[in-house]
Design a protein around this ligand. Structure first.
Ligand code: HEM
Ligand SMILES: *[C@@H]1O[C@H](CO)[C@@H](O)[C@H](O)[C@H]1NC(C)=O
Ligand SMILES: *[C@@H]1O[C@H](CO)[C@@H](O)[C@H](O)[C@H]1NC(C)=O
Ligand SMILES: *[C@@H]1O[C@H](CO)[C@@H](O)[C@H](O)[C@H]1NC(C)=O
Ligand SMILES: *[C@@H]1O[C@H](CO)[C@@H](O)[C@H](O)[C@H]1NC(C)=O
Ligand SMILES: *[C@@H]1O[C@H](CO)[C@@H](O)[C@H](O)[C@H]1NC(C)=O
Ligand SMILES: *[C@@H]1O[C@H](CO)[C@@H](O)[C@H](O)[C@H]1NC(C)=O
Ligand SMILES: *[C@@H]1O[C@H](CO)[C@@H](O)[C@H](O)[C@H]1NC(C)=O
Length: 328
């Protein structure tokens, strides 16, 4: 009698403990171990191939995961086609790329384990692999996200940070998804790889603080380079590298650039040069610029945090068959 009472007592405690674990961290690293044992190898190989074809793809895949997670959580919503899609939101239009690569990864994964792996998880793994293959840190990627049933164009327009935002605005947009000032700075370090179009920084080149006065926090040699690349009324789709020092290498030169007034976007340079930065982000930029291992450690921590934004789990959402459309 006594034995059975304590048995039920322990079972109850165990049950509550497991419930607690499930509620605390719904994603885990082993989610597909039995249902899709080769998943990580398949994605790694596909990302590797894509980067071999075009180095920039690493950057594009990293950015897709970021733009997915900031809108309705990491739910693959950015991948949905359609005129009401997030692809047509201002921060994404003529800008986000890599959808064909995601299609290729998804079809390889579907061949191996049909109907099992979400598009949202594929984005998270591809982003991790892109950073690693560009020379950045590795981390164990948490899995078990399910795919959303709707896109949210308004959410993308309002929730994604803009290169024209001030620091308060950017910090607020990060705070709205549970990310803090450390995350703002470390994740901005993602701009150590990839490119940006004249359209998103040419505001700094000509009439920034009045007629004929460019952004005074932009290095003058870099200014004339960029003016040549982006003349008045030129092609706004022309691109240049976000980190001109080591264009395709994931390192801390992005932060060294900021100390030298060589940030490309307004939203990059304000992390070091704005008045607001003096009491918030400037010291961290300085620290990352001399301490690459601190940058790597903080970056991977922030990536895991970002990957945890409002995931759909359990029976919420679905496992999409085609990342571009919800299952019928
Ligand atoms: C802090 C706020 C941020 C702003 C305002 C911002 C803005 C931008 C802009 C305007 C571009 C260029 C888009 C174009 O030319 O059309 C860009 C590119 C990029 N962003 Fe960000 N971004 C931010 C944060 C992040 C974060 C958190 C990540 C990832 C951790 C990231 C990763 C990238 C990458 C890798 C590219 C290059 C993409 C490519 O070459 O295809 N950004 N970002
Ligand atoms: C799941 O797979 C990973 C990678 O192969 C391995 O490190 C981990 O130990 C496995 N976990 C379990 C619970 O089998
Ligand atoms: C879209 O995102 C906004 C946040 O910007 C949120 O309030 C709204 O509920 C979302 N709409 C849908 C349909 O998910
Ligand atoms: C964000 O930008 C808007 C203008 O677009 C401005 O009115 C607002 O004050 C800014 N918010 C913060 C927190 O700085
Ligand atoms: C941001 O959150 C991390 C935990 O993820 C914490 O270590 C860090 O101190 C926080 N930064 C700020 C400025 O609150
Ligand atoms: C800068 O301002 C001047 C005078 O207001 C104007 O003529 C010129 O078109 C502007 N240039 C750009 C690139 O907006
Ligand atoms: C960039 O190219 C697209 C078509 O690819 C075009 O519709 C758009 O107007 C161009 N944007 C700029 C800023 O030139
Ligand atoms: C990159 O930065 C290093 C020092 O951090 C410097 O020696 C090198 O000349 C820079 N390279 C370019 C292409 O700017």
């Amino acid at each position: 009698m006594k034995k059975s009472n304590s048995f039920y007592g322990y079972s109850l405690i165990l049950a509550f403990f497991m419930l607690f674990l499930a509620a605390r961290s719904q994603l885990n690293t082993d989610f597909y171990n039995t249902s899709c044992p080769n998943l990580l190898t398949i994605v790694r190989t596909q990302v590797q191939n894509a980067i071999k074809v075009e180095t920039r793809m690493a950057a594009s895949l990293l950015r897709l995961h970021f733009h997915d997670c900031f809108v309705n959580g990491c739910d693959g919503s950015i991948l949905l086609d359609g005129s009401d899609g997030e692809k047509f939101a201002l921060p994404n239009l003529n800008s986000v790329r890599g959808f064909e690569v995601v299609d290729n990864i998804k079809s390889s994964v579907e061949s191996a384990c049909p109907g099992v792996v979400s598009c949202a998880d594929i984005l998270a793994i591809a982003a991790r692999d892109s950073v690693l293959l560009s020379g950045g840190p590795i981390w164990k990627v948490l899995l078990g996200r399910r795919d959303g049933l709707v896109a949210n164009q308004t959410g993308a327009n309002n929730g994604l940070p803009s290169p024209f935002d001030n620091l308060g605005n950017i910090t607020l947009k990060f705070a709205n998804v549970g990310l803090n000032v450390t995350d703002v700075v470390s994740l901005s370090g993602g701009h150590t790889i990839g490119q940006a179009r004249c359209a998103v920084f040419s505001n700094r080149l000509y009439n920034f603080s009045g007629p004929g006065i460019p952004d005074s926090t932009l290095d003058t040699n870099m200014l004339s380079d960029l003016q040549n690349l982006c003349p008045v009324n030129g092609d706004g789709n022309k691109t240049t590298f976000l980190d001109r020092n080591s264009t395709d290498l994931f390192d801390n030169h992005y932060f060294q650039n900021l100390l030298n007034q060589k940030g490309l976007l307004g939203s990059d340079q304000i992390l070091f040069s704005s008045d607001e930065a003096k009491t918030t982000t400037q010291s961290l930029v300085q620290s990352y610029s001399t301490n690459p291992s601190r940058f790597f450690a903080d970056f991977l921590n922030s990536m895991i945090k970002m990957g945890n934004i409002s995931p759909l789990t359990g029976s919420n959402g679905e496992i999409r068959k085609n990342c571009r459309v919800v299952n019928s």
